[in-house]
Write a protein that binds this ligand. Sequence first.
Ligand SMILES: Cc1cc2nc3c(=O)[nH]c(=O)nc-3n(C[C@H](O)[C@H](O)[C@H](O)COP(=O)(O)OP(=O)(O)OC[C@H]3O[C@@H](n4cnc5c(N)ncnc54)[C@H](O)[C@@H]3O)c2cc1C
Length: 589
Amino acid sequence: MSSYQAPIVLIRLALNQAAEIAGARALPGYDDVLTDLAEPILENASRFAGEVLSPLNPVGDRTPSRCEAHGVVTPPGFAAAYRRFCADGWVSLAAPTEHGGQGLPTLISAAVTEMWGGANLSFAMCPELTLGALGAMKVHAPADLVDTYAQHIASGEWATAMCLTEPQAGSDLSTVRTRAERDGEAWRLFGRKVYISWGDHDLTDNIVHFVLARTPDAPPGVKGISLFLVPKKIPGADGALTKNDIDAVSVEHKMGIRASPTCVMVLGEQGGARGWLVGKLHDGLGCMFTMMNHMRLGVGLHSLGLAERSLQLARDYARERLQGRDASGTQRAIIEHADVRRMLLLMKSLTQAARGLAYTAAATLDVAHSSKDPSQRAAATRRADLLTPVVKAWCSDIAVEVASLGVQVHGGMGFVDDAEISQVYRDSRIGPIFEGTNYIQAQDLVGRKVVRDNGRALGELLAEIEKAAGATAPGDAAHSLSPLQSGILDGCAKLRQAAAELVERSAQDHQLIGATAYNFLQWLAILAGGWQLAVSATRARAELDVNKARAVVDVAAFYGAHVLPRASTHEAIVRHGAEAIEEVATADL
Ligand SMILES: Cc1cc2nc3c(=O)[nH]c(=O)nc-3n(C[C@H](O)[C@H](O)[C@H](O)COP(=O)(O)OP(=O)(O)OC[C@H]3O[C@@H](n4cnc5c(N)ncnc54)[C@H](O)[C@@H]3O)c2cc1C
């Protein structure tokens, strides 16, 4: 079975395009990184992903992480791979320089994050938590905590985990019950967290948990939740580590990402887990959102990697599998059948569109963080806020669709455990569920980013999409991009109108956002994906050789014919679908 291979040419094209669209090239040093450093980083990351992480992927599926009396044991090879991952500087790639990180742009980190996810999602989730934690610490943690922990975290020496969910508190975190009681300068925590990814393991000596908990005087609901840093082992002044009162008591048996230990964590069985406040008291959810936003982009990028991996596996299989004959009676590889080509093109066009969108969000974050111009920073922040839920939800949805198509291309072989595509399909299914289900993303998009914003950020994005689509050169007559171009222009006008109606009607109809948000997000994502491919088609002609450019244009044209028409379905549902839900009583379901 072939290993994961990063699609460097397409990644490079998407990196340049994203930097251009986001206006990131003008940031200090950015262009130098893209010109001089990107190539060797991508080559080395591709090698690590293909040679180290990818071969471990099926091992982790067959030998899941397990909980033993002394803690969680990861599959064979994972700990050694993690040590190499840290030593080669992959954990610290985008970590802040003040903590010993390399401080490279989010955009570069996005490309390698895609590779880690495509090669081995279970493994990739562990270091991804690190960057999110550092981001939250940078903004919210007091200096002494940063001094004690950040450097160990940035190097990968200590891992991190995100402890939000409890048995009764999933999407609705207002019901978090874990208790934090004051203990001098610090706190003692008591409670039970479930589904905690990499909550315990043997990759590192220490794990720094970021835990949501409620203090005794806290107001009810989300306004009463605070964020605490709770280490597995507490570092003393001499550097010695002392065990804290937080333990994994079991690991879930799951349909996918079996190597990633999904732990039930118990805090405070022996007098209370020592914790330190991060951010302001009762503002924990806001602080945690800094970490969660990073993870949402991370889920999008990992899902994108899985979509790419599905495409690779399906394409390789379709080239070798012989079924059916041509007119002369010779057996044909299934890749020659029109319907198999349709599936592969659908997989490829969705993946490439998602890559463009996710990388654009990453480059936009770079502008939001680093531009010297406050108005550019503010506009980039608005854009990143708008795109983040779209990237998380759409990339993870299309990863499931693309992996399912990958199984279909494999026929019966795709349903057999030995085929890696079956693992990729199972692994991809978590993306739409965690880091806020995809409905929660859609609700965030429509409720907060569109309705509450009065459509401003959306209007800016649609205007930019229209401008770019209007400038798309149809190229040659045989592969016209005009369906893509006209579909985007038509769709943007309708989406703008529908958004204005939503803003107006949602004030009276409180069910409206819930009933339409999912389809609104899909509609926007499909148009934005088309935008990315339209720009790629134009740029590919200038950046790539004739054959590669031809392939990019073909994929964009395919998207215009096979994916963009889905926008009409979502439009119809956004406009008229809510009543059909309201008319059916819960009792009738
Ligand atoms: C493998 C795995 C790893 C995880 N890792 C972590 C981790 O590291 N840290 C952590 O804290 N958590 C983690 N989680 C938990 C994960 O974030 C939650 O499972 C997720 O947020 C959904 O919560 P829930 O499972 O309680 O589902 P529920 O909230 O019960 O949702 C069930 C369904 O109802 C829908 N729904 C819920 N509320 C509403 C609403 N108001 N309106 C409309 N629809 C609604 C949801 O969209 C979903 O479709 C992980 C979960 C898994 C399975």
